[in-house]
Design a binder for this molecule. Sequence first.
Ligand code: MLT
Length: 266
Amino acid sequence: MTITVDGIKLHVEEFGGTGLPVLFVHGFPLSGEMWHSAIDALLKQPGPARDCRMIVPDLRGHGRSEASDAASMTRYADDLVAVLDALGERRPVVFVGLSMGAMLGFEMFRRHRPRLRALVLVCTRANAESPEGVARRETVAQTALAKGAEPIADDMIGKLLARNATSALRQKWHEIMRATPPRGVAAAARALGARPDSLPTLREIDLPTLVVAGEEDTITPLEELRRIHDGVRGSRMVVIPGAAHLVPAEQPEAFAAELAAFLRGL
Ligand code: MLT
């Protein structure tokens, strides 16, 4: 389905039933497709998880959503709320985000706290970008605009998946990243560079929170997830073996089992 927000057409998929709403937000430069196999596994889990209303958008400039020249954590978060409004979903959602998607969870908490029921923060970090990181993001943006998303996909694919990932999975995710609109890559890279420091937000979070790490993740290593877990009162943390950064696509059954257990506890 397509939902127009701020003049931009956003692609949104829905799965499951009419139960607890769960919003799945992908990372950079990925798409909602990264949740598909975990959602398939979730639909087979015992208990209420399979009846959840699962909402899976492509952020602006990613997947099948249109790009804009600029973006920000604020813009993406407001897009997500506009999507929920357009779907008539006024109930607080369980927000499941990976990496940049989880950074948007922090932004949602600061801007739209009443729209949230719980947080699932997967393979992410809470700090602001370092000055070197901002410069690196700007190089990514300029490379994407000059040469397309392929060099970015080439650079990321080695880090995205665990050492023993199949070549089919590698090829699939390289293709998805390569197909991301260059303007979308550039806008997201700059938005990541300009993201606010969410470390002070951690101690404000008063929602049930699950923190998920990939054992082999080098993009957002375990220490970053431990820092979030230590900062969010009452949070639970799990480490998924055999996965790097793209945990839900690499280990969909293990991820779905953890998510289903968390949902059952709400
Ligand atoms: C992501 O998955 O969103 C990215 O790896 C985030 C990043 O580049 O730091």
